[in-house]
Ligand binder design. Structure first.
Ligand code: ADP
Length: 179
């Protein structure tokens, strides 16, 4: 199973990706988690990423693409937080092509903006302050939301309602992943 979860910050990608990966025994690949690990280990990559993350901006595409390649196990994965730009999506397609693999589904977890802000303020991660949240939602609209049309065109997109209980979102996600 090779799946991408799309959604704004706070949409619940991480929670749902973990549940899906556990159920299907596939890799859960969260670029945000990978970067946070790199930062806590004090690596070069972490240092490069940190300045962007603290501001709520995207880490540059070339850095992200270099980092993600070894994680793309063609046997199966659920990607959480990647791709986030059209160039990342194209990079992903290239890497999968090289491995003779294809994306099976892109599932967009849709949540209204008010609810996103509420959730992020409750979560309280270091980049979850009011100023950064607005910027991240803006970045999502401008840079990541165009992926919705891109994957629709490729016939890969399913949208589910993320403004439900975790278990109900997961039920919809499982259905979408099978379709
Ligand atoms: P959220 O989805 O709540 O913003 P993430 O953990 O996915 O949280 O991402 C946190 C930060 O990590 C982003 O704001 C961005 O700076 C960086 N990041 C994560 N994934 C990517 C990516 N694919 N491209 C660029 N930057 C990324």
């Amino acid at each position: 199973m090779r799946i991408v979860l799309l959604g704004a910050p706070g949409a619940g990608k991480g929670t749902q990706a973990k549940m899906l990966a556990d159920k299907h025994q596939i890799a859960h690949v969260s670029t945000g988690d990978i970067f946070r690990n790199e930062i806590s280990e004090g690596t070069n990559l972490g240092q490069q990423a940190k300045q962007y993350m603290d501001q709520g901006s995207l880490v540059p595409d070339d850095i992200v693409l270099d980092m993600i390649e070894p994680y793309l196990n063609p046997k199966g994965f659920v990607l959480d937080g990647f791709p986030r730009t059209l160039d990342q999506a194209k990079g992903l397609e290239r890497m999968l092509n090289d491995a003779n693999a294809k994306l099976e589904r892109v599932i967009q977890i849709d949540v209204p903006k008010d609810a996103l802000i509420q959730r992020l303020l409750l979560r309280g991660r270091s980049d979850d302050n009011e100023k950064t949240i607005e910027h991240r939602l803006d970045v999502y609209q401008k840079q990541t939301a165009p992926l919705i049309a891109h994957y629709k065109e490729l016939g890969l997109l399913t949208t589910i309602n993320g403004a439900q209980d975790i278990e109900d979102v997961f039920e919809d996600l499982l259905k979408a992943a099978k379709s």
